[in-house]
Unconditional design. Structure first.
Length: 249
């Protein structure tokens, strides 16, 4: 009997570390806890490097409410200053101050690069809980940028999701996806997304201050987003998420 228990004890110690990890659902719930909020406000700098090596930078203020409502104001450069974007549910409008005109962006354009970047309008203007969208499976453990991570496969529960499959690497301490590869339904890799500079925001939330996205359909293009300021759980005016806000100066 003693020998039997010794063998079981040795087997437990010989199991790979990831086999004793939290469940996939628990990991994803912790990611959502960090990344998703009922309201949020941030100030960011987005730098776009196109395939020809040309670099453009934009500074923006972003306000978000719920999963799909978002309002963006461009602060710089001068030629873009005052440009606004408003997303309410599945509808998106942009206000161009140079011509004082509001334009509606059609549904299929939501997945195009915003301002020629590798971030789509959906990437920038939605904040949805991954736990609701994907069925996830922990597949192992790897080191990314010197950090121990769980590796995970995420498959969309329903059709119509922008990225039907994701391969992700989640920091074991902070529950942040340090890397993710985003795939189409066909299996084609669409984007690689890296996150770094993890910062404690409040008593319950960590957040990556730097995000780098590469769109594999645009060879040689990369976009870096640096979050200069961010806060969560704010009381935002209802009027921000209305068409009146777009032309308000």
């Amino acid at each position: 009997m003693l020998k039997h228990w010794f063998v079981l004890w040795m087997m437990c110690w010989s199991l790979p570390a990831w086999s004793q990890a939290p469940t996939a659902a628990e990991i994803v719930a912790n990611i959502d806890q960090n990344m998703v909020s009922g309201s949020r406000k941030s100030k960011i700098t987005m730098t776009v490097t196109n395939p020809r090596g040309r670099v453009r930078s934009y500074q923006m203020e972003i306000l978000g409410r719920g999963e799909e409502d978002s309002a963006i104001t461009y602060l710089s450069p001068a030629r873009e200053k005052g440009t606004k974007m408003l997303k309410i549910g599945e509808e998106l409008w942009t206000f161009l101050p140079s011509i004082e005109r509001t334009q509606k962006i059609s549904g299929h354009m939501m997945r195009q690069g915003m301002m020629g970047s590798d971030f789509s309008y959906e990437d920038m203007m939605e904040s949805k809980e991954l736990l609701k969208i994907y069925t996830s499976t922990v597949t192992g453990s790897e080191v990314v940028d010197g950090r121990d991570c769980w590796t995970m496969e995420m498959v969309a529960k329903e059709e119509g999701v922008t990225y039907p499959k994701r391969t992700t690497w989640i920091d074991k301490e902070f529950y942040i996806m340090l890397k993710q590869e985003l795939f189409a339904l066909s299996g084609m890799k669409l984007k690689t997304w890296r996150m770094s500079d993890i910062t404690k925001i409040d008593d319950k939330r960590y957040f990556p201050k730097t995000m780098v996205v590469e769109d594999h359909l645009r060879k040689g293009s990369t976009t870096t987003m640096v979050i200069e300021e961010i806060s969560f759980g704010l009381a935002l005016e209802d009027e921000i998420f209305s068409l009146r806000w777009l032309e308000r100066r």
